[in-house]
Design a protein around this ligand. Structure first.
Ligand SMILES: [Zn+2]
Length: 198
């Protein structure tokens, strides 16, 4: 790729600062352009916009969020730029960034494991209730599935049930009547004779 075609040659890491709040970002744009985008996003986007909180605080106070260049970071790809951004985010204790670029789910889990376990523990009853409700819902779902299957396969099922089986006691019964047959006097007497030593 020619140098001029690679926009990551303009890669840079910046921070947005308002009072003690700090947001770290990376861009290939000019800083004043990136700043306008942040300002615009903060009024059009919802809570997914993490830099929003700085602009909201500044608006309330009549203050101004400032953007500072942390470093120029010419590189080859988005991946490289994000890796550098991540480095800065991880250095910064008072950041408002919620996501760290390039972090895998497993790393996120490791970093948040204790907090998750505590949350689960502190909300034990809520989770138990939710699990029970889920179980009930699935039970109803399974029942509906079974009924629908039976209705759709009525003929097949009754054909299966009508199959005749010859029992060891000599009686022929429908497959479906197996349980009932095994409780019959004839069958029980046969079993008793069969297992009682002469
Ligand atoms: Zn029998």
């Amino acid at each position: 790729m020619a140098e001029a075609d690679n926009k990551y040659a303009n890669g840079k890491i910046y921070e947005l600062v308002y009072k003690d709040k700090r947001y770290i970002g990376s861009t290939t744009m000019k800083l004043e352009h990136r700043y306008s985008c942040h300002k615009c996003d903060s009024s059009t986007m919802g809570s997914t916009c993490t830099s929003k909180v700085l602009f909201e605080l500044a608006n309330k106070d009549g203050g101004t969020v400032v953007i500072n260049l942390l470093e120029d970071y010419p590189c080859e790809s988005r991946k490289e730029l994000e890796a550098r951004e991540r480095f800065h985010i991880e250095q910064c204790q008072d950041r408002v960034n919620k996501t760290i670029p390039g972090r895998s789910d497993a790393e996120w889990y490791q970093a948040n494991r204790d907090r998750l376990i505590k949350y689960r523990h502190d909300n034990k009853e809520m989770f138990a209730k939710r699990d029970a409700e889920k179980h009930q819902a699935h039970r109803a779902e399974r029942l509906v599935q079974m009924i629908e299957y039976r209705l759709a396969n009525k003929d097949k099922i009754s054909a299966q049930q009508a199959v005749k089986i010859k029992c060891e006691c000599g009686v022929t019964h429908r497959r479906n009547d197996k349980a009932r047959h095994e409780r019959s006097r004839h069958h029980i007497d046969f079993k008793l004779r069969d297992t009682t030593p002469n």
